[in-house]
Design a protein around this ligand. Structure first.
Ligand code: NAP
Ligand code: G3P
Length: 503
């Protein structure tokens, strides 16, 4: 018989489930048993246990959710900033208080180890507080007309940032809590209502996260959740006439689709990556290896910012690999509840895809240094040397625990290969030469360059940008708030007024 996980049902989560496994639907601020007939069974990638049955919402129910979000938004925008700040602070406190529950859910549902899952919860609480504070600090401008033309001396403009309306937030499976919060918090602080569409594998966590927002006192309709498969309801959601802004994190394939189907709705998109670590001959190899290994293999490489290729000269490769290989051999492999560093991948299909890339590289002459062992969707950390441009592993996003080493003749070739990728999320440069670092950083076609550190999104108030197939727009607390608001100007035409003195 199928093993079933007992979902948490205490305290603020008492109303979220209907029995042990069926998740409810949030209708107008109340958790109700979903009356539709379709549910989606969420199984654990660790051992196949049933985590929960989530509602597959009908289009009629989705219409209802967006209508409610549309109606609730105006009142929320008119609520004082202090009320919005207080709600975000309460959500942060609740997130910390219920971190253990989130840690369990993330382990069961997406096989994230306990350490990383806890960090996801605490980072999200911090995100909520920082967003509340950033909301207090955001302000418009006063502009004088005569700065442009002497005849406009009597004109003064005041600019405000106003909410866009209903924000649709779509996070991916790898951070179902944090990449939801990093969309919900900036959306809410400036007076939007938010509809969360969690990833299907991650939707149980998304529903529990919504319960935390409910408990924090956001008015009904201001923060809601819709569940269902993206392949079935994605187009309906993203083309819905009541959606005023979309913030999406996920694969470039779905990103392109959104770009095609959505028309003129403002969008923020953070997509796939193939982040390169460029290791120059003078680098501190111990430091570079430490950063590359944790960057490549944390959460089994299922991070957009994972180090997905290393570009290094023949002269330096032996020393770098001398540091990398023993570190990879020491990584623990196993289950999330035992806090293994490398845990089962999200699905059997995802593991098979990574296996295909490994097999293709080895068949074409690449050299296996460590790994290439697999039990179902658990893949041991793998390092493959002498990967060349004719191999898929050189270009395709693996999103799994395999690190290709690509030999280059010099820094110029490293830059050329780095830029040849369709992706442009981040890159890392390891060197002791600051001039070389700056010179290369300026040539790289990516959103951010890390000097002597692995690629990473955080700290979360830093700008996080994808270019080329890696995205559109900038995230990061202030940047996200800016993207979820628009500028509105009120111009005073002062006919009796003599204008400013000074600047
Ligand atoms: P995905 O398959 O693109 O799914 C992302 C989200 O989009 C999920 O919530 C998914 O729902 C939804 N979705 C699927 N089809 C849709 C459609 N037609 N319209 C609207 N939404 C749709 O990505 P993933 O497998 O979850 O995540 C892995 C990918 O995300 C990798 O490529 C990774 O690099 C990228 N990623 C990028 C960043 C970044 O910040 N740059 C961060 C994390 C991940 P369902 O689950 O129901 O299909
Ligand atoms: O894959 C999610 C992406 O946003 C990476 O975040 O914090 O692991 O660098 P992080």
């Amino acid at each position: 018989m199928e093993r079933t996980i007992s979902l948490p049902r205490e305290g603020i989560f008492a109303a979220v489930t209907d029995g042990d496994t069926r998740l409810k639907f949030l209708r107008d601020g109340q958790w109700v048993s979903y009356d539709g007939d379709r549910t989606i069974a969420i199984h654990s990638p660790v051992d196949g246990s049933l985590v929960g049955l989530v509602p597959a919402l009908s289009t009629e129910t989705i219409d209802e959710v967006f209508q409610r979000a549309h109606e609730a938004q105006k009142g929320w925008a008119e609520a004082g900033l202090e009320e919005r700040v207080a709600c975000l602070y309460r959500a942060a406190d609740l997130m910390e208080r219920h971190a253990d529950t989130l840690v369990d859910l993330l382990g069961w549902e997406i096989a994230k180890n306990r350490k990383d899952a806890r960090e996801e919860a605490t980072r999200s609480a911090q995100y909520l507080r920082f967003t509340a504070e950033e909301g207090r600090r955001m302000h418009g401008e006063m502009m004088r007309g005569d700065a442009f033309a002497p005849f406009a001396r009597n004109k003064v403009a005041l600019t405000f940032r106003v909410p866009l309306g209903v924000v649709l937030a779509i996070p991916p499976f790898n951070y179902p809590v944090n990449l939801a919060v990093s969309k919900i918090a900036p959306g809410l602080i400036c007076g939007n209502s938010v509809v969360l569409k969690p990833p299907t594998q991650g939707s149980v966590s998304g529903i529990y996260l919504t319960a935390i927002f409910q408990e924090a006192g956001f008015p009904p309709g201001v923060m809601q959740v819709v569940t269902g498969r993206g392949s079935e309801i994605g187009d309906y959601l993203t083309t819905h006439p009541l959606v005023n802004m979309i913030t999406f994190t996920g694969s470039s394939t779905i990103g392109w689709r959104l770009g095609k189907v959505t028309g003129m709705v403002p969008m923020l998109m953070e997509l796939g990556g193939k982040d390169a670590a460029i290791v120059l001959n003078d680098a501190d190899m111990e430091l570079a290896a430490k950063e590359i290994v944790s960057g490549a293999f944390a959460y089994s490489g299922q991070r957009c910012t994972a180090m997905k290729r290393v570009l290094v000269t023949d002269d330096a490769a032996w020393l770098l690999l001398k540091h990398i290989v023993p570190k990879v051999e020491k990584l623990s492999v196993g289950n999330p509840e035992d806090d293994a560093f490398v845990t089962p991948m999200i699905s059997q299909e995802a593991a098979e895809f990574v296996q295909e890339l490994i097999d293709d590289a080895l068949a074409k002459g690449a050299k296996l240094l460590v790994g290439n062992r697999r039990e179902k969707n658990l893949l041991w950390p793998t390092v493959i040397d002498e990967v060349t441009a004719d191999m898929r592993l050189a270009w395709e996003e693996q999103f799994g625990p395999v690190l290709p080493i690509i030999r280059v003749k010099d820094a110029a070739e490293a830059v050329r290969l780095a830029n040849q990728s369709e992706y442009g999320l981040q890159s890392a440069i390891f060197t002791r030469n600051i001039d070389a670092a700056l010179g290369i950083a300026h040539q790289l076609e990516v959103g951010s360059v890390q000097i002597n550190g692995k690629s990473a999104r955080g700290p979360d108030h830093f700008p996080f940008i994808g270019v080329k197939a890696s995205g559109m727009g900038a995230q990061g607390v202030r940047y996200s708030i800016e993207a979820m608001t628009r500028v509105k100007a009120i111009v005073f035409n002062l006919h009796e007024w003599q204008g400013f003195s000074g600047l």
